[in-house]
Design a protein around this ligand. Sequence first.
Ligand SMILES: C[S@@+](CC[C@H](N)C(=O)[O-])C[C@H]1O[C@@H](n2cnc3c(N)ncnc32)[C@H](O)[C@@H]1O
Length: 265
Amino acid sequence: MYSPYQLAKKYLRFYRHAHNSKGHGVHSPFVYDFIENVKNSKEIPEQAGLIEAYRGQLLKDERLINVEDFGAGSHLTKGKERKVKDIAAASPKNKKFAQLLYRIARYYQCKNIIELGTSFGITTSYLASASSDNHVTTIEGSPVIAEIAQAFFDKAGYENISLIIDNFDDALPRLLSSKDKVDLLFIDGNHREEPTIRYFESFLPKVHNDTIFVFDDIHWSEEMERAWKTVSDHEAVTMTIDLFFIGLVFFKKEFVVKQHFSLRV
Ligand SMILES: C[S@@+](CC[C@H](N)C(=O)[O-])C[C@H]1O[C@@H](n2cnc3c(N)ncnc32)[C@H](O)[C@@H]1O
């Protein structure tokens, strides 16, 4: 994991080279449309107030919970006590990116959505709010964190979320065999090179022309930067959009020449 100083330097370099937030100079009609109608759109779900109030409560929650450390290779190791408010400050995507994920799911009409890494279910809730006839399957390894997420899904009345409490490695074979295709995959847990590439490869058979993969924290560490490069270079990938904190991957066959874009958010 890079230090805050290294990350800040990386962000500055990214900022200098990335297209500005309005996308001046972007020649791809698809990317221009993404900038106009998704990235820069102000659309938020009607449930946003409820979700952000829940985030606010979590940020004040002093309860100590025992959280498993998934460690190398996702094997559960010894538990660790942490305050809910500290996890809530570090784990969920912030409002800006959670709402961007909502707009991605909504604008591209993603029906079959998978999230690896639920945490307290904040981004899950945004994704599930994108349409009442989509379905979000989300996996969380920590039972105590998952219980808090499930309580919110129940309270908020989400009927289109399935929360699987398991290690990704154990849950994925059954999940993959139950899905013909995936429209949107959000990989937001176990930020290491080998598992990230493995999750990417295991979902490739479920990809169709309009599938979108979203990777979190692509510049967070050398390992994640290598994983992002491997994914971007993969022959099935026809376009990527690097938003520094997340990376979007597209598989559209009409993008004959592979292109990589970097956009400021
Ligand atoms: C960054 S948080 C997810 C945040 C959430 N997507 C959001 O934006 O609100 C990552 C979560 O993934 C879980 N996790 C990490 N590695 C895992 C694994 N191998 N199996 C199951 N859960 C895992 C962690 O317990 C943690 O709660």
